[in-house]
Write a new protein. Structure first.
Length: 367
């Protein structure tokens, strides 16, 4: 194998593919990237057995086709450190990969291509296409609420639901819930629900932009595959039953107030400085036209702020984890946010005033 390619043509796909590769691996070959050269196309593949990403780019010259696997991080770091617009030549010589550029020469170890795993295609698949911006919006609006390392493994991911002319994303860690729905021109016979693991979600969103360009999705029984431009992304799905999120959404809260989103976020961020570092609790005292935000900690330090809101109703006090509230305020796209409360022991419902395509539920804390 021997080919030449410009630094820029190699670096973008390599950076995205290397993001999938884990630093600490059980199998040595998993820390490598698979490079295949066919005609003038170069494909780069990285995988951790759960998520696989293939990026394609064009070589400026191919002398010999073939395939090798080389350490992903080292190759990426070398490419990044070379000057802009460099021409890179990569060749397989005596079982090693030799990279030349200008006066530089690097020799990298390789591992057999046959050892490199590929994620098998599952049976029974549904094909559909969505605008990239729609899928990106759904993930951005909800992914922050995924659990990190919950024993309920199905919470460590994002539920994607595809129904006729509707696509929805749902995430929860048991303390908060994020749901976002968008209408889309998709035709599926029955509603499809898949749980994409956390890492798959974070890698997939890196391939998306806000454009109307389509991303084509293949929904299998155990895999999700996405094609965007020069990239093919595959993720295993989490095998489990996602909780019934409809039941969690509070209904019939009678205390509804509207606040300026950025102002409320600043107030919460400042107050949080003096909250208990372990529990991050703040108290919201709701009264007509005003919201008082209070926090204290075991060192007897206190913070108190007031913010003007649109509210006329009974007074009430309720506690929350301030981090959960700030996460929601960061995800809401509008300048103002609406919060609906029932009583101090009921979850709060947060959304755009009048309701938007996303809604957020946050459980209260006893303080």
């Amino acid at each position: 194998m021997k080919f030449s390619i410009s630094r820029e043509a190699l670096l973008r796909p390599l950076t995205l593919v290397a993001g999938v590769v884990e630093r600490r691996q059980t199998l040595p070959v998993l820390s490598n990237v698979l490079i295949k050269v066919e005609q003038d196309e170069v494909s780069l593949t990285g995988t951790d057995l759960e998520v696989e990403l293939v990026g394609r780019t064009v070589a400026s010259e191919v002398e010999e086709v073939g395939a090798i696997t080389v350490p992903a991080r080292k190759l990426m770091d070398i490419c990044k450190s070379l000057p802009d617009q460099s021409e890179i030549q990569l060749a397989l010589e005596d079982g090693r990969a030799v990279l030349r550029s200008g006066r530089s020469r690097f020799t990298l170890s390789t591992l057999p291509v046959a050892e490199f795993p590929n994620i098998e295609d599952g049976q029974k698949s549904v094909e559909l296409a969505l605008p990239r911006g729609t899928l990106k919006h759904l993930i951005d609006s909800t992914s922050f609420a995924m659990a990190q390392q919950d024993v309920r493994y199905y919470l460590n991911g994002l539920l994607l639901e595809f129904a006729p002319n509707l696509v929805r994303s749902v995430a929860t860690d048991g303390h908060r819930l994020a749901v976002c729905s968008r209408s889309a021109e998709i035709q599926v016979e029955s509603s499809q629900k898949l749980i994409v693991p956390r890492k798959g979600v974070l890698e997939l969103v890196r391939l998306l932009d806000d454009s109307e360009e389509p991303v084509s999705l293949t929904l299998g029984s155990s895999h999700l595959r996405a094609h965007t431009g020069d990239f093919t992304f595959t993720s295993k799905l989490v095998d489990g039953k996602f909780p019934d999120y409809e039941r969690v959404v509070p209904r019939g809260g009678d205390k509804v107030f509207i606040a300026e989103r950025s102002e409320l976020r600043q107030v919460l961020s400042r107050t949080a400085i003096l909250s208990n570092e372990k529990y991050r609790g703040v108290r919201l005292h709701l009264e007509e036209g005003n919201l008082k935000v209070m926090a204290n900690n075991p060192e007897q330090e206190e913070a108190e702020e007031n913010i003007a809101i649109e509210y006329s109703g009974a007074a009430m006090e309720i506690g929350f984890n301030v981090g959960y509230l700030i996460d929601v305020l960061n995800a809401v796209g509008e300048d103002r946010v609406q919060m609906t409360l029932g009583d101090p022991n009921s979850s709060a419902l947060m959304e755009e005033p009048g309701g938007g395509d996303a809604l957020y539920v946050v459980m209260p804390m006893r303080l």
